[in-house]
Design a protein around this ligand. Structure first.
Ligand code: BGC
Length: 748
């Protein structure tokens, strides 16, 4: 007892000391900023607020840097150039303020991890954090100290190309994983040379663009904004994210880049964010195109007065802030605040003391440990959607396999979107990985059949079918090329592109088991192809090590464990479709009358008047949280620590999880609640917790979650976050559809 309390006191005083030390450090930074601000001219201040795209030619920037007119560069990745640009700032400019170098390092610098949506399918914050860490270690090696990630835009629309960069549709999952990514990029201490400032983006609402069309308008009621859109950003702020990026879109008529509600009220006043906010690429200038500002000067004024600190690429701040201040339209206090925010991040990064990149003796780029981490991420991100008759994993009985399709050996496409620096020559494709590992034991027939995913040339279909006839199992690698998802890569039709679907139909004629491996940047509407296949493994764009990861999964060296971070629609007409929807006054029931069963001449009043589509029903193809394993898991014995809670109480919800199959494997156990009645209606389910549990065959574990009543709170009509007394349902289960159900009551 005594020792314990001594340790407790020790820990406490250490924490207090740590806290005091941090406060001391922070105060020192503010003092240094004060001292600098006192010396800076208005021109030099405005210079800090300008970020330029580097063309690599130092001479073009020399005079500007000397005059203190550039705060940051994006897209310079040559360390020698970076050091030379920095040298000019540190030696030839009046105040020697270092430049901050930025780049979109989204899911890896050179070693590419699965796209963020794939990483989200791991439901594993440790994997996501490691992905961020590896990216930071590699990118800082060339001098990048600021990345424009994580993208925290919750989205419910797979037509939107940028869903690939997102962490899915759920605010809680995106919050947990987004915070982990921030931690990974920034490390324990921002001033470490391998730490990279993170940038939460796109603040805010960008994932809600109408019709899933990039840059489009958003209309988001404030309760939805606060409940669905903002939580991941809040979580990132709590995790210490250094910077934020305003989004391209307007929300309810106001572009984010000029939105003081977002940039000041929420971000600064409510969340106490201490970093700085950069615009998106020319999004200050785009406020004119939006029809929100008459000219460049007004755009600069509205952006800075709304709380934007740094302008990316468009030069409106540098052109107009000076006269705006002189005319009294922008206060010097506003400028000082913006510059303070920017300098604070530069100080925290240690750039004033260590401005240069030191090229290490041994490079970590593509280090074995990085490749191993990328492989593990790809393994955990793959989602097994179907596995009839245990066709997977492939067994010894399989002697001949046919590998068919445009994505079996597509080193660039499997890397996915936002790969500015990853080298496809380092990519390990599934074809190469399977040939290397199993080429001696198996007869492998490869028919690419289609040159790329959109190819419509069916000339080689005959060869594909012939290969399938000779094989025991057919592995079809289909999906989307990397260029079909990401920024400005939206699709109105999210079927498999080209003639891939017809290819599945043809190959099916060979009568052999078909395993579909899909690589894509979004959910695709693959109901037909799923029905034609025996097994389906959704691999997203899995990155550099996708090949060996998929090979391990197919041959049972690894067991699939990923779960969908987003609902898969059957057809595009169901979008938006998401698990945490409202119930409506007429929720669908199980016996829906579908279009084919309506008798000719049926009278209007003979049919069920509930909320569904005649041609697509009400259910998605696969629900949020869904994913199979090679083993089976049994959920039993749901226990609630209490069924009556007072406000401020905690409740523990637990169940027994047993691995009832033959494979040692992970299961992602999910906790959902439903607030049955609210002063504003509540979703039918809300994710409140998840855990990745590892079990050996026949092993059982108790899985428990603790919820505080605060976790049950929601934003009411007065825009207050409240817990309302009443009845709650709770589920622990393997996805958002299934699970063990209990209930409890909250009273005042
Ligand atoms: C994108 C951002 C990106 C920026 C800089 C923009 O087009 O929307 O996500 O960080 O460019 O490359």
């Amino acid at each position: 007892m005594k020792t314990k309390s001594l340790i407790a006191i020790g820990t406490f005083s250490f924490l207090m000391f740590g806290c005091a030390h941090q406060m001391d450090q922070d105060a020192k930074v503010e003092e240094r900023i004060d001292a600098l601000l006192k010396q800076m001219t208005l021109e030099e201040k405005i210079g800090q607020m300008y970020q330029l795209h580097s063309n690599g030619n130092v001479a073009d920037y020399k005079e500007l840097i000397k005059a203190g007119k550039i705060g940051s560069f994006l897209n310079e990745i040559n360390p020698t150039t970076i050091n030379e640009l920095q040298r000019i700032a540190m030696e030839e400019s009046r105040l020697k303020i270092p430049i901050l170098f930025a780049r979109d390092v989204i899911h890896g610098f050179k070693t590419i991890f699965p796209i963020p949506l794939g990483q989200a399918a791991t439901w594993n914050p440790l994997i996501v954090e490691e992905g961020g860490r590896v990216a930071a270690v590699e990118a800082t090696e060339v001098g990048i100290r600021w990345t424009f990630a994580p993208m925290l835009d919750v989205t419910r629309d797979p037509r939107w190309g940028r869903i690939a960069e997102s962490l899915g549709e759920d605010p809680y999952l995106a919050s947990v994983l987004g915070a982990a990514m921030v931690k990974g990029f920034q490390g324990d201490d921002l001033s470490e040379p391998t730490s990279m400032a993170a940038c939460m983006k796109h603040y805010a609402g960008y994932g809600f663009v109408e019709g899933g069309r990039d840059y489009n308008t958003t209309i988001i009621p404030e309760v939805v904004l606060r409940e669905v859109v903002l939580p991941p950003f809040k979580a990132a702020v709590d995790a210490g994210v250094a910077t934020a990026m305003s989004s391209f879109n307007e929300i309810n008529g106001v572009p984010s880049t000029g939105n003081s509600f977002l940039l000041k009220k929420v971000l600064r006043d409510e969340w106490n964010f201490k970093g700085f906010v950069v615009s998106d690429w020319a999004s200050v200038a785009e406020m004119i195109v939006h029809g929100y500002c008459a000219d460049e000067k007004e755009a600069a004024m509205k952006a800075v007065n709304a709380g934007l600190d740094m302008e990316m690429v468009s030069p409106l701040f540098s052109k107009h802030l000076d006269s705006l201040v002189k005319e009294g339209k922008v206060s010097i206090k506003t400028i000082d605040e913006a510059v303070r925010n920017i300098l604070r991040v530069k100080f925290k990064l240690g750039l004033f003391d260590n401005p240069y990149v030191k090229i290490p003796q041994t490079s970590k780029i593509y280090a074995d440990s990085h490749l191993a981490a990328a492989k593990e991420a790809a393994i955990q991100s793959a989602v097994l959607l179907k596995n009839e008759n245990h066709v997977l994993p492939l067994t010894e009985k399989v002697k001949t396999i046919a590998i068919i399709g445009p994505l079996a050996d597509a080193p660039s496409d499997q890397l996915g979107t936002w790969v500015l620096d990853g080298d496809k020559n380092y990519t390990q494709t599934p074809l190469k990985a399977i040939q290397a590992e199993y080429g001696k034991k198996l007869n492998i027939i490869y028919e690419q059949t289609l040159g790329y995913s959109r190819d419509i040339n069916t000339t080689n279909f005959g060869k594909a079918v012939a290969a399938a006839r000779r094989a025991d199992v057919v592995l079809m690698f289909l999906g989307e090329e990397s260029i079909l998802s990401g920024e400005a890569r939206c699709r109105a039709d999210i079927n498999l592109p080209g003639v891939q679907s017809q290819l599945v139909e043809e190959v099916k004629k060979a009568g052999k088991p078909i395993v579909l491996i899909i690589m894509a940047g979004r959910p695709l509407t693959i109901e037909k192809e799923v029905n034609l296949s025996d097994a389906v493994l959704y691999a997203w764009h899995p990155g550099t090590m996708g090949g060996p990861a998929i090979a391990d999964l197919l041959f049972g060296k690894a067991v699939p464990s990923g779960k969908l971070p987003v609902t898969f629609p059957k057809t595009v007409g169901q979008i938006p479709i998401y698990y945490n929807h409202k119930n409506t006054g007429r929720p669908p029931h199980e016996n829906l009358q579908l279009i084919g069963s309506i008798p000719p001449g049926a009278k209007q009043l003979t049919m069920g008047y509930v909320s569904y589509y005649l041609d697509a029903g009400a259910e998605p193809l696969f629900p949020f949280g869904y994913g199979l394993s090679y083993t089976t898991f049994e959920y039993s014995n749901l226990q609630l620590s209490k069924t009556d809670l007072k406000k401020k109480d905690e409740i523990t919800i637990s169940c027994q999880l047993k691995n009832t199959g033959k494979y040692e494997a992970d299961e992602i156990v999910q906790l959902y609640i439903r607030d049955r009645v609210g002063s504003l209606t509540r979703p039918v389910k809300e994710l409140k917790g998840f855990q990745r549990i590892h079990l050996k065959p026949q092993e059982s574990k108790t899985v428990s979650f603790t919820l505080k009543t605060d976790d049950l709170a929601f934003w009411n009509a007065e825009l207050k976050k409240v817990v309302e007394p009443g009845d709650f349902d709770v589920w622990i289960g393997p996805n958002s559809k299934d699970g063990l159900k209990g209930s409890f009551r909250v009273t005042e």
